[in-house]
Structures are given as C-alpha cells and as structure tokens.
Design a protein around this ligand. Structure first.
Ligand code: HEC
Length: 159
C-alpha cells in the first residue's frame, strides 16, 4: 500500500516535469541575434496595423516602396525603398533595422549631415511598436529570405 502511494507520487512528479520541459522547450527555438518575431501571430497583426498607419504612405501598402526607388529625386533625395524581398531591407540584421527606424539613417550609419525623407521614430513609436512593425515586415518574406536573414542575425551575434 505504501509502495503504491510512492509509485503514484513518482508518476505525478514525472508528469509535472515533462509538462515543465514541454513548456520551456520553445525557448530553445529563440533565434540567435533576433529581435523580431515573425512567427508571433499577435505581434505581427499588431505590426501590420501600425505599418499601414505609419510606414505605408512611403514604403507602400504592399511594401513595394516608391517608384524608381534606386534613383535620387529632383531634391537629390532617395525615394523610400520597398520592404519586400526586392528591396535591401532584408540585407540588414534586426539590430540595424531597429536602429535605422528608431534613431534614423544618419545616426545608424554615422553619416552626420545625411539628408533623407525617412523620419526618426525615437519619439513617435515605442520600441515594442517598432519591433512589431518589423516582425510584420519580416513575416511577409519568402521562407528562403527569412532563413538568410536569420543567418545574418546569427552571424552578427557570434561576432
Ligand atoms: C515620409 C516617408 C517615409 C515614412 C513615413 C517611412 N519611411 Fe522608411 N524610408 C524612407 C526613405 C526615403 C528611405 C530611404 C532613405 C535613404 O536611403 O536616404 C527609408 C528607409 C527606411 C529603412 C532602411 C531600408 C534599407 O534598405 O536601407 C528602414 C528600415 C525604414 N525606412 C523603415 C521604416 C519604418 C519601419 C517606417 C514606419 C514606422 C518608415 N520607414 C516610414 C521614407 C519613409
């Protein structure tokens, strides 16, 4: 009788441990060097709305960017590039993209007098909002580009 109780106690402990392990497991999937979470559906949905309200006027509702985005306009400024896979957004790791949006191009690239139409969002959007927008942007890329971008993040983190 005593033994039965002991066995039941062991089984309960084993189940609790397995549950705990299962619960903790997704954490080991956190990608190296990543700030954005393109797999987080709630965050991506939040980011999609914020993108439409804050970024789409220049970068396009479908992330297509402005026309002729590779050439400077009459004011000598570059048009907004696409954020889809045809642009160079995905050539930058998460940390750089976050900094470009929050602190602007001049500060991030250390180009003091660089003139650009890209706003600085430091006093406009919270870090969480910037992260959600870029998580949405990343979620729209093809799998192959997402994998290459994950690799960029990992490379940066290992330096
Ligand atoms: C008023 C127009 C405008 C708005 C609004 C705007 N951008 Fe931009 N953005 C630009 C322009 C123009 C550039 C290119 C600037 C340059 O290289 O001189 C740019 C560049 C960028 C880049 C660098 C991309 C690369 O490939 O180097 C990122 C990242 C970016 N924008 C993110 C955002 C996000 C996120 C939002 C919304 C929160 C946003 N932008 C809103 C105009 C805008």
């Amino acid at each position: 009788m005593k033994n039965t109780k002991l066995i039941i106690a062991f089984i309960i402990i084993a189940i609790i441990s397995a549950g705990g392990f299962y619960y903790l497991k997704p954490q080991s999937n956190i990608k190296l060097g990543a700030i954005f979470s393109p797999d987080d559906k709630k965050l991506v949905a939040f980011g999609k709305k914020l993108y439409a309200n804050n970024c789409a006027s220049c970068h396009g509702m479908n992330l297509e960017g402005e026309r002729d985005w590779k050439n400077r306009n009459e004011q000598g400024l570059l048009p907004a590039p696409p954020h889809d896979e045809t642009g160079h957004t995905w050539h930058h790791n998460d940390e750089t993209l976050f900094s470009l949006t929050k602190y602007g191009l001049a500060k991030t690239a250390n180009l003091k007098d660089y003139k650009t139409n890209m706003p600085i969002y430091e006093n406009i959007l919270s870090d969480e909002k910037i992260i959600s927008i870029m998580s949405y942007v990343k979620s729209t890329w093809p799998d192959e580009i997402i994998e290459r971008h994950d690799q960029l993040n990992a490379n940066q983190a290992q330096q």
